[in-house]
Design a protein around this ligand. Structure first.
Ligand SMILES: CCCCCCCC/C=C\CCCCCCCC(=O)SCCNC(=O)CCNC(=O)[C@H](O)C(C)(C)COP(=O)(O)OP(=O)(O)OC[C@H]1O[C@@H](n2cnc3c(N)ncnc32)[C@H](O)[C@@H]1OP(=O)(O)O
Length: 169
């Protein structure tokens, strides 16, 4: 799996909670590569509500986690979340167009240190840091579900260091 020629990132799989178009309960993220970052817009609604008018914090964390899954596609590295930390800086307001940005700050063997932000216009809503660990195809066999065909090419373990993809703005 890799970004398309126009920079858009295909869904991880059709039913992915973050980006799968067939998941009625999903967030429907459409991610794209922008230089060395991954971006996506997100509008949350009453299904995602925590406090009245505010998005639930777990939904915000899920969006950032799946965004990091888009960074993996940009990097060409199959990995899973080992640790995810979110600093909530301002409420995420329902009905607002929110912007997600994610990048790889550093890699160290199987460890990928990813960072991301959620903005509402100029307001920083949340910041996230995550540790992803590279895995091979055996990791995903444990569910017994059929794997997407295109994952097979993507799941070869990669040990090479990756260049950081920190935003250059
Ligand atoms: C994506 C598209 C297409 C293709 C392919 C798939 C790729 C992407 C995947 C899916 C796509 C869809 C979604 C994407 C976006 C959302 C991502 C998610 O939601 S992922 C689901 C939630 N995460 C889990 O379910 C992991 C559960 N945990 C595990 O399976 C294991 O703990 C795992 C694989 C993370 C590590 O296990 P070990 O046995 O392989 O390796 P050990 O030796 O334990 O750790 C390796 C190194 O990492 C450190 N480490 C591990 N966990 C750590 C932690 N929590 N904090 C700090 N360090 C940790 C260890 O200390 C070790 O470091 P030292 O080598 O000794 O220096």
């Amino acid at each position: 799996m890799k970004p398309r020629a126009d920079g858009s990132i295909p869904p991880h799989q059709p039913n992915c909670f973050g980006c799968g178009p067939e998941n009625a309960a999903g967030l429907g993220l459409n991610m794209h590569v922008d230089r060395s970052r991954v971006r996506a817009d997100l509008v949350l609604d009453h299904r995602h509500e925590g406090a009245p008018g505010f998005a639930h914090g777990g939904v915000v964390a899920s969006a950032l986690d799946d965004l990091f899954g888009g960074v993996l596609v940009m990097l060409g590295r199959a990995a899973v979340t080992a640790n995810l930390s979110v600093d909530y800086r301002a409420p995420a307001l329902l009905g607002h167009r929110l912007r997600l940005t994610g990048w790889c700050a550093r890699s160290d063997g199987r460890k990928l240190h990813l960072q991301g932000e959620l903005h509402d216009a100029e307001t920083l809503v949340a910041e996230a840091r995550a540790l992803f660990i590279s895995v091979d195809g055996d990791h995903f066999q444990r569910s017994g579900a059929t794997m997407p065909e295109e994952w097979n090419r993507w799941l070869a373990p990669v040990e090479a260091e990756l260049p950081p993809s920190k935003p250059d703005i």
